[in-house]
Each structure stands twice: as structure tokens, then as C-alpha cells.
Ligand binder design. Structure first.
Ligand code: HPA
Length: 266
């Protein structure tokens, strides 16, 4: 029976959905990660805040490998991540949720793989469909049931940050097929695949990207939009937690079959 994990992004720091919570620090070959283990009804759920409980870790300094490895070590089989994003086109409006289905990785400096040479094999994991279709379906059903404003698909462009994009970059990303832009889904999503965990993201559009919006962008604006919409996100997560079946199967669980599976060092 696999546990579900929620990785809370900007504005999602509240594990109050869970009962019987305890804070855990997990040692991994990449450093320690801290998270909360709790219960949602009878289901065991792990909650972690990507930027730290006090939002002190910028996107390019997050220890993505420790976070994902730590979740794997705790027996997590499925990860639902939340992210704040900017919109690259008018059709994706601030306040809408996006059940992301594709990823374009424009990061530059991040430790982005577990397969970084010996003793691990040279491994190339399939990422044709970066987000788990089974988890995406859970998110879609929940968003429909609750009548939330949402987009069924969206291509997430991940930038290095921490600065926001130039107007030229926003125009370029849109031309390349991007719909939304954020700073964290790479390498979080590919690392989850390497670790054979199902992973899906629900992105909240907090603003129009630079150059689409007439005013300069501020982080305060992102946080404010996030706070205004946290209730919707919490309701969605609650619905997904209710629907999640710990026996859920995902193609991601066999992503490394060719290499004998992903081995966790205890
Ligand atoms: N760009 C990058 N990341 C973001 C944005 C943005 O406009 N809004 C929220 N996260």
C-alpha cells in the first residue's frame, strides 16, 4: 500500500487537512529532508513544503533530490504537487487551476538526476508523458466535481529563477508551446519519475507573465493571488485525498524496469 504525498508550493503551507501529525526528518544520500506524516481518515499521507515552512528556500536552492528520495524512502507511491505559475497566454487566466500535462525544462544549474554515474547505472528514463495520467484523472474529476475554474491541460515551462522572466522570454516560451511558467517542476517531476513514483501537478495561475501584464511583476502579487485561491486548492486536495486509492497503479511505478527498478538505500 503506497502513501500519497502532497508537496506544497508557494502559499500552501498548511497541513491542517491531516490528523495525528508528526514531523519527520529523513536522511538521504543527498542530505536530510523534513516533512509531516499524518492521516487523512485511515490513509497515511506525507506533507512537505518545498520552500520550507517559512518560505526561506528559493527555487534554485531547493534540495529536490533529498526531497524526492526522502518521500520514496517513506513508501510514497504518488505525489501531488502544487505550484504557483504565471500565464504565458491570455486564455490561462489568473485564479484558474491548471492540471498540467507537459513540461519544458529551461533550468540551468540544478542537480537534476539520481543517475549521476557509478555506482548507479547509466539510465535514461522515459518522459513522453511527464505527469501521471492516473493522478491527472483524479485531479480532473475533483476539479469538475467541485466546479472550480480550471484548464484540463497545460504545458509548464520551468525557468531557473529566482528572477521573473523578461518580456522576450515570455513571448518565446509561448511561441515554443508553453502555457504557464514556474520555477520548480524541473527537476521535481523528472526525479519523481526516476524514483518510480507517480507525480502530477496542480498549478494555480497567479498572474499574467511579464509583458502580457501591463505592470511589473512582484512576488507580493503572486503570494496575494495564492492566498485568495488557497481555499479552492485545499478543497481540491481534500477531494483527491478522499478519492486516492493506496493500491493505485501507475505506469511510473515501472519506469526503471529496464534497469532492475529504483533501489532505495536504507
Ligand atoms: N514566472 C515564474 N514563476 C512564477 C510566476 C511567473 O510569472 N508566477 C508565479 N510563479
Amino acid at each position: 500500500m503506497a502513501r500519497l504525498a502532497i508537496i506544497g508550493g508557494t502559499g500552501v503551507y498548511d497541513p491542517s487537512l491531516l490528523t495525528e501529525t508528526e514531523t519527520l526528518t529523513v536522511a538521504t544520500p543527498y542530505g536530510e529532508m523534513t516533512c509531516i506524516l499524518g492521516k487523512y481518515g485511515a490513509k497515511e499521507v506525507v506533507f512537505m513544503t518545498r520552500h520550507g515552512a517559512d518560505h526561506s528556500i528559493p527555487p534554485h536552492r531547493i534540495n529536490y533530490r533529498a526531497n524526492i528520495y526522502g518521500l520514496k524512502k517513506l513508501g510514497v507511491g504518488a505525489v501531488i504537487a502544487t505550484t504557483a505559475v504565471g500565464s504565458l497566454r491570455r486564455e490561462y487566466r489568473p485564479g484558474e487551476l491548471v492540471i498540467t500535462d507537459q513540461l519544458l525544462d529551461f533550468t540551468k544549474t540544478r542537480a537534476h538526476t539520481f543517475f549521476d554515474g557509478a555506482p548507479l547505472p547509466v539510465a535514461h528514463v522515459d518522459m513522453t508523458e511527464p505527469y501521471c495520467p492516473v493522478l491527472r484523472e483524479l485531479l480532473l474529476q475533483a476539479a469538475r466535481k467541485l466546479g472550480l475554474p480550471f484548464q484540463e491541460r497545460g504545458t509548464y515551462v520551468c525557468t531557473e529563477g529566482p528572477r521573473f522572466e523578461t518580456g522576450g522570454e515570455v513571448a518565446m516560451y509561448a511561441r515554443l508551446g508553453g502555457d504557464i511558467v514556474g520555477m520548480t517542476n524541473a527537476p521535481e517531476c523528472p526525479l519523481a519519475r526516476e524514483a518510480e513514483m507517480a507525480y502530477a501537478t496542480v498549478s494555480l495561475v497567479t498572474n499574467y507573465g511579464a509583458g502580457i501584464s501591463p505592470q511589473p511583476l512582484t512576488h507580493a502579487e503572486v503570494v496575494e493571488a495564492m492566498n485568495e485561491n488557497t481555499k479552492n486548492l485545499q478543497r481540491l486536495l481534500q477531494e483527491v485525498l478522499t478519492a486516492y486509492d493506496p493500491a493505485m497503479e501507475s505506469p511510473a511505478h515501472h519506469a526503471l524496469r529496464e534497469y532492475g527498478g529504483f533501489e532505495v538505500v536504507k
